[in-house]
Each structure stands twice: as C-alpha cells, then as structure tokens.
Design a protein around this ligand. Structure first.
Ligand SMILES: [Zn+2]
Ligand SMILES: [Zn+2]
Length: 374
C-alpha cells in the first residue's frame, strides 16, 4: 500500500491545513499543464494521496490499514474524483456541493486551564497537562459501523441524501427538495452501529500533553494547540485545544507588565552608611549596591531581570524598592548613641521643613505605581 503521507511529504499527524498546503504545492509543480516540472504520474499519485488524506472518513480507514484502492472506490483505478481537485484549486466554497452529507464533522475545541508560578511566567515552562478527549474509535476507526459491516446505500433516496417532494397547489405541482428523512441526509444507513462507540465513531480517553508555555504569559493568556482537541464524530478531524493560563501570585515579587517589583527592608544604619545587599532574584543572587544616604522609597533597577516578553526577545526589569526601617526598642546604650548623633548633627529639635511637591516621598511612590505601568 502506498504511503500517502510520504507522497505528500507530511507527518502522520498532519492537520488538514498542512495536507492541503503540501498538496497544492506539489500539484502545481507536477500539473500536466505546467510544462517544466510536469509529471503526470506524480500528479496522479499526489492527487490520490490528497483525496484520501483530506477526507476524514477515508483517512481514518486508511490509517486503520484499509487499502483505499481496493473495495469501495467506485471512481476508477486511481480512486480520486476530479471534481475534488478542481474544488481545491479554485478554492470552491464547498457549501454548494451536491450530494449526501458527510458523517464526519470537525471535533469541538477544548479549553483547559494551567496554573503557572510567576517564575514559570518569567522564563516559560514545559507543562504536562492531562485532559479527557474524544479519540477516533479504535474498534471501527471512525466509520461508526460494527467491524465487518459497512454503511448501506439508503433505499429511500438511493444514496443521494436528498428527497424530492411534489405537492399539488392551486398553481400546479410544486417541487421541493430536502434531506432524506430515512438516512438523515447521509445517503447511507448504518444497520449495525459499532457497539464500542454507540455508532458515534469516537470514544473518550485521557491524554497527557506537554504544553510549551512561553515566557510572558499572564492570567487569561490562551495557548492554542491546533488539532489537539476532540476527534470529530464519524472520523472527522480534531478540533483545537486551548490552554488558558492562571498566574499564581508570588510571595515577594509583584508583576506589573513585564517588570517585577520587590521591597527590601533596610536598617537605618545601612541606609546611612551604604552597603551591598544580596538579593535572591529568579536568576539567582545578585549584588545590589545601596549608596550611603539612601532614602526610604528609593529604587534600584536591575536591568533585564524581569519577565520575558511574550513573542519577542528581551525581558522586563526588576525594581528593588528600599524600605528604610527606623530602629525601635532601643537599648539604653543605643539610645545614648542616637542622641549623641542627633546632637552632633544639630537635629535635636528639627524644623518642620516642607519638601517640594516633586521631591517628596508621595511623588516617588506615585511614580513607582504609575510611571512604569505599560
Ligand atoms: Zn466504533
Ligand atoms: Zn436517504
């Protein structure tokens, strides 16, 4: 049996889109009218492969090991209809096609949630998710028929899926057409439905899928995995799987856009004298220089240590906010020293000096909260 996937150069799990694209490219290349690359044999092979793989029912049967050039292909030895090919070429809407309806329908989309830590959102993470999905029935390969049986041509409509009704009216005979009630418009009836799937062509099972969660995701971000959703009824193609992200809050780091913010409590003496702090970031410990004379509310920016940008290079920044701690519960000796310092600095009875609006703590806080928002 010919390997149709190989003929089209697509993987076995290829989506309908991939199959269509591969076919179009090859068909153009080998079409008998194109001259140079023209190769009628190749063109026929490619068309046959496409005809089988693009029809969910046929593809399911082919995947299950049924040779499509054998029984059931009334369309001649090559087994493909020229009509289908023209439709693909000229992008026919499909809706206008006459004939019976296909039992195969696209499966539904599935939405699941994945919780990620702030650290995972910063760097991205591969996450295994478990989801219950419909699969093509293993017993009937999506054909809906009990093994060894096949759909019978509908006696009422002769396989067209359509019936004509003639009604007499004052104006004479009125013809109308509609889906055949005996077969539901499919043109065939299934007398012995597959018992495994109750004639639905699919069964449910648990899937474990590894989802590549990129850096920069946040609560509400949806990752689409095309053709990872439910298999369709009647051997139809899979829908899509969506993974919606929920970001867990971090104990110490807060995210604003792709910047991270944290606060470090700094003893008053260190703020006055200056020091080097070892800050545990998501990238490991970093030395943060605190200059002598640092005020409470001052910020040190660590460039590029924030959350990775979604779908572009680079990362946000990490802002370390310094919260100067005024010492409390002084011992007698400590109090003595502080009093001495106050005397030396002439600060025993400080004046109430009003700071300028733009230089005050309130202004700095406001900047931290609004100035860096995206
Ligand atoms: Zn079945
Ligand atoms: Zn019918």
């Amino acid at each position: 049996m010919t390997d149709f996937y190989e003929v089209l150069g697509v993987p076995r799990g290829a989506t309908q889109d991939q199959i269509k694209k591969a076919y179009r490219a090859l068909a153009r290349e080998h079409h008998p009218d194109t001259g140079d690359g023209s190769d009628e044999e190749r063109f026929k092979a490619v068309s046959q492969a496409y005809e089988v793989l693009s029809t969910p029912e046929k593809r399911a049967r082919y995947d299950a090991g049924v040779d499509p050039s054998g029984r059931g292909s009334a369309g001649g030895p090559a087994g493909f209809g020229f009509e289908d090919i023209l439709q693909t070429f000229f992008g026919g809407g499909g809706g206008a096609r006459r004939g019976p309806a296909s039992r195969a329908q696209r499966g539904g989309d599935t939405l699941i949630h994945a919780e990620v830590s702030l650290e995972d959102a910063t760097f991205g993470v591969a996450r295994e998710v478990t989801v219950s999905l419909a699969d093509p029935c293993a017993t009937c390969a999506g054909t809906c028929c009990a093994p060894g049986t096949s759909p019978k041509t509908c006696a009422s409509c002769g396989g067209t899926g359509v019936v004509q009704r003639v009604a007499r009216s004052l104006l004479g005979q009125v013809m109308s057409t509609g889906p055949c009630p005996a077969c539901g418009g499919y043109g065939t009836t299934i007398e012995a439905p597959c018992t495994e799937c109750s004639g639905q062509g699919r069964t449910n099972s648990k899937h474990t899928i590894t989802v590549d969660i990129p850096a920069g995701v946040e609560t509400g971000t949806r990752i689409r995995l095309a053709s990872y959703g439910d298999a369709g009824p009647g051997g139809g193609p899979r829908g899509d799987l969506y993974v919606e992200i929920r970001e867990k809050a971090h104990r110490a780091f807060e995210r604003r856009g792709n910047d991270l913010h944290c606060t470090i409590e700094l003893p008053m003496t260190a703020a006055a004298l200056g020091t080097v702090l070892h800050v545990e970031t998501f990238d490991g410990a970093r030395d943060v220089d605190v200059r002598a004379g640092t005020h409470s509310g001052e910020t040190v920016k660590l460039k590029g240590l924030g959350v990775g940008h979604l779908q572009r290079v680079g990362r946000g920044d990490l802002y370390v906010h310094l919260d100067v701690q005024t010492p409390t519960a002084l011992t007698a000796e400590q109090e003595e020293l502080v009093r001495k310092l106050a005397v030396l600095r002439g600060e025993e009875r400080p004046d109430a000096r009003l700071a300028a609006v733009n230089a005050g703590l309130f202004s700095r806080l406001r900047e931290a909260f609004t100035g860096r928002e995206r």
